[in-house]
Design a protein around this ligand. Structure first.
Ligand code: HEC
Ligand code: HEC
Length: 351
């Protein structure tokens, strides 16, 4: 009986599982009930985002590694770091992070409110003490006034700091790209080449198996086996960071861990070994280098990787057999179709 039921359910769900998702034009940003957006909260969050008080040595802020001028990333393979340490992963763009079901390449945080405290605490990022930062912010009268306006009193708790930063992050959106206009019925929004690239994106290229919906993601993790970044093997400071994070997440053999375990670090499920989150590809021209370890410098390399059926030994992707012309068209679509209306940043005056 159990077996029959199993077959019944497999037949029922299998087609859904393998079905490519649909693309959708941009809609409103999701906002959690517990942290409603207000103009004053967004402004406060923006100040905190760019405030160097958030770092232990007062040299860096969130914008150091998520720089608006660099697509809210930092343009490096492996992201920037706290002095004398090194980071271990590529800094992802913050465009449309509000849409994520999971934050980080391995999805170890769920909400933006949870996520914001990680880089502050992280020994190799802002390396700040959270109790201390509460007092540092409380010592600034302008901040006490702003917290009072936003939250009803001047208590500058870490939770509120995170809420304000999250509210600001929800304003970092990529919308009104040619793809959105095209999906809304404007046939002229994509050039002839980009339109052919779009057809490949949803067809022969199979990209919409994972990059779909409003934000071109599937909220899932895949082991594509992208090539290792050799720096993981050669830089002992990266090894130190990797071992540290692995220890925090109870990875038993953290001392001998030679590469990035990806989602496995969180789930300890072998199917997640080296699986990483499908990232948004909106504003993709602004956020090179690509992948969790920045191993690809150009979109050509990324397309070549998918065309070859992904990295050696992966069981997720199959070769695509795109012609050189088709690869070019796909690239034109990625370059032209996914660039949203410009988002101009007016930098805040830090009190
Ligand atoms: C020293 C560089 C650095 C600093 C400073 C930094 N970040 Fe990041 N950020 C990263 C890196 C690298 C990752 C990816 C880490 C991972 O996946 O393990 C990341 C990931 C994120 C993500 C997840 C995005 C996604 O697509 O999953 C968010 C959101 C974020 N950072 C916001 C912030 C905020 C807010 C601050 C300031 C409080 C901040 N970051 C400070 C480097 C930095
Ligand atoms: C099986 C799911 C899957 C399919 C199919 C897929 N992708 Fe991805 N894509 C991912 C994942 C997962 C990553 C991140 C991998 C990593 O960080 O190591 C990614 C990364 C990317 C990136 C780099 C983004 C960045 O900011 O680093 C681009 C560009 C991209 N994909 C484009 C495409 C195109 C074009 C296609 C179709 C030819 C495609 N993808 C097919 C899952 C997929």
């Amino acid at each position: 009986m159990k077996r029959i039921l199993w077959i019944f359910f497999s037949v029922l769900f299998l087609p859904v599982y393998t079905f490519a998702g649909h693309l959708e034009p941009f809609k409103n940003i999701p906002v959690p009930e517990q942290n409603p957006q207000t103009a004053a909260k967004v402004e406060l969050g923006k100040k905190l985002f760019f405030d160097r008080r958030l770092s232990g040595d007062g040299t860096t802020n969130c914008g150091t590694c998520h720089d608006p001028e660099m697509g809210y990333s930092d343009g490096l393979e492996i992201s920037l770091h706290y002095p004398t340490t090194r980071n271990w992963r590529n800094s992802p763009t913050l465009y449309n992070v509000a849409f994520h079901k999971y934050q980080f390449h391995d999805g170890r945080a769920a909400t933006l409110e949870d996520q914001a405290l990680f880089p502050m605490m992280s020994a190799f990022e802002l390396n700040q003490n959270l109790d201390y930062v509460e007092e540092e912010i409380r010592a600034v009268p302008e901040y006490v006034a702003a917290f009072t306006e936003v939250f009803g009193d001047g208590d500058t708790t870490k939770e509120r700091i995170a809420m304000a930063i999250a509210a600001f992050e929800r304003t970092i959106v990529s919308r009104d790209a040619p793809l959105d206009k095209y999906l809304a019925g404007d046939q002229s929004a994509l050039s002839a080449e980009a339109e052919k690239g779009y057809a490949l994106f949803i067809g022969k290229g199979k990209c919409t198996e994972c990059h779909f919906g409003v934000n071109l993601i599937d909220d899932r993790f895949h082991a594509l086996n992208v090539p290792e970044n050799p720096e993981h093997l050669t830089d002992p400071r990266i090894a130190a960071t990797r071992r540290f994070v692995a220890k925090v997440y109870h990875f038993e053999e953290y001392r001998t861990l030679a590469d990035d375990p990806g989602r496995y670090l969180i789930t300890k499920d072998m199917k997640d070994w080296k699986a990483f989150k499908t990232p948004t590809i909106r504003e993709i021209t602004k956020t090179a280098p690509y992948m969790h370890n920045g191993i690809f410098a150009t979109l050509d390399e990324v397309i070549e990787f998918f065309n070859a059926g992904g990295g050696s030994g992966n069981t997720v992707l199959k070769p695509l057999q795109l012609t050189p012309e088709e690869k070019g068209q796909l690239k034109v679509f990625l370059e032209e179709g996914l660039v949203g209306a410009p988002l101009t940043m007016t930098y805040p005056k830090i009190p």
